[in-house]
Design a protein around this ligand. Structure first.
Ligand SMILES: [Zn+2]
Length: 77
């Protein structure tokens, strides 16, 4: 298979926008509940948890969401 420059640009763009271990905000929301619970148990170190942590480093909106969830959980404890 031969790639022309346009294909390469398309591929590069795709890779930038969604690397293999990037999650979207929606995927992130599905993972974060489990993440904060694991965090409370001191177990938030699996590969899925690394993705959650990586996402909040890049996404302020989800970082705020995570801070809120942590507060909620702390309130319950
Ligand atoms: Zn996000």
């Amino acid at each position: 298979m031969k790639l022309n420059p346009d294909d390469i640009r398309r591929l590069a763009k795709f890779t930038l926008e969604s690397g293999p271990d990037e999650v979207t905000c929606e995927q992130w929301l599905h993972m974060v509940g489990e993440y904060v619970e694991a965090e409370q148990r001191g177990e938030a170190d699996g590969p899925a948890h690394a993705q959650v942590a990586k996402h909040v480093a890049a996404c302020t909106h989800c970082a705020e969401e995570l801070a809120l969830l942590r507060e909620l959980l702390d309130g319950e404890a």
